[in-house]
Design a protein around this ligand. Structure first.
Ligand code: URA
Ligand code: SF4
Length: 323
């Protein structure tokens, strides 16, 4: 049935895109979609992808300064609109085969060089999230239930006493990309929403530079209550709050998790390494790919690091077939 398909997609590319689509729908909670046979997809991928296939196009990261696209800098992603976050629209991806197959079952982390170098071992060590991927409505209702549990939480006596509101997180329960911050600040504590202050403004620009809107992605923090004086959350507080962020991520099971700063990166990956050591490559968290980059508050103090942060986001976009 695929014999009569004419260029630009050849038969193998079409099979790969069908597999990507099926995988994406499955991840999005569409239960009736048969999951692609991972072995077959992997085999096709090995056959199709040569290291040279992804090398071209990796060099255009340098120009961006990650200012808002509206501020006149280049727009980095060639997708037609932010609604086409889904891999389900093959025409939204660029024509090079290696970039058009952003699947979870066959993540594009072969020996292909990305700007900063993805780990070739990632696919080997990634294990699936436990249980089934839930339909969107059920994810949303479970998140609502979890948010009310968090609102009543008293596990950290100091944080629970000092907070005005808990800041659970917000966004698309079906997001491909989750942004994972540190802790609410004064603005977030007042508004009960993540990243609404100065750092939040920069995060919004970073999201928009990726051609997403805040509604496309999901944004959460490591701890849900503001530490007084904006101190870092301590290890015990992070441990107390861990079941909440783990559950949020498990419900959404995104393809990518962008950890903003050392606190969230170290907490998620159970690592003691600095952002400088963790950034520039993918790390597995179940079968999500984790990108660790600089926190927007750090970028506000150190604008020179914006280039590196933008490289990290581009690494993700390229891997997702969105660049
Ligand atoms: N910094 C964070 O890490 N999270 C927020 O929500 C706001 C600022
Ligand atoms: Fe509970 Fe998390 Fe707030 Fe601690 S930080 S009191 S664990 S919601």
């Amino acid at each position: 049935m695929l014999e009569n398909i004419s260029p630009p997609l050849d038969r193998d590319q079409l099979i790969m895109q069908a597999a990507a689509l099926a995988d994406h729908l499955h991840r999005a909670g569409v239960q009736w979609m048969p999951r692609p046979n991972e072995q077959a997809v992997q085999e096709l991928k090995t056959r199709l992808f040569s290291p040279n296939a992804e090398a071209e196009g990796a060099g255009n990261a340098a120009a961006s300064t990650m200012e808002a696209p509206g501020a006149g800098t280049q727009t980095p992603v060639s997708r037609p609109d932010s609604a086409s976050l889904s891999a389900a629209n093959p025409s939204a991806a660029k024509p090079t085969p290696a970039k058009t197959v952003p699947t979870k079952s066959a993540p594009a982390t072969t020996s292909a060089p990305t700007a900063a170098g993805a780990s070739p071992l990632l696919n080997a060590v990634a294990k699936p999230y436990p249980g089934a991927s839930l339909p969107l409505a059920q994810r949303e209702s479970e998140l609502v239930a979890l948010a009310s549990e968090v609102a009543a939480c008293q596990k950290c006596s100091q944080l629970a006493r000092c907070r005005t509101h808990t800041v659970f997180g917000e966004g698309n329960a079906n997001a491909r990309v989750v942004f994972f911050g540190e802790a609410p600040g004064a603005d977030e504590d007042r508004e009960a929403r993540p990243f609404v202050g100065k750092a939040g403004e920069l995060l919004t620009k970073m999201i928009q530079a990726c051609k997403f809107s805040r509604d496309d992605v999901y944004i959460l923090n490591t701890v849900k209550c503001r530490p007084p004086g904006n101190r870092n959350p301590d290890p015990e507080e992070i441990a107390n709050c861990r079941p909440y962020f783990e559950k949020q991520i498990e419900l959404i099971r995104p393809e990518y998790i962008v950890c903003l700063g050392a606190v969230s990166g170290q907490a998620l990956l159970d690592s003691k390494l600095s952002v400088g050591r963790l950034r520039g490559r993918f790390h597995p968290y179940f079968d999500s790919k984790v990108v660790v980059t600089y926190h927007p508050a750090y970028l506000l103090r150190n604008p020179a690091a914006k280039k590196a942060a933008w490289d990290d986001l581009q690494m993700m976009l390229r891997d997702a077939g969105l660049l």
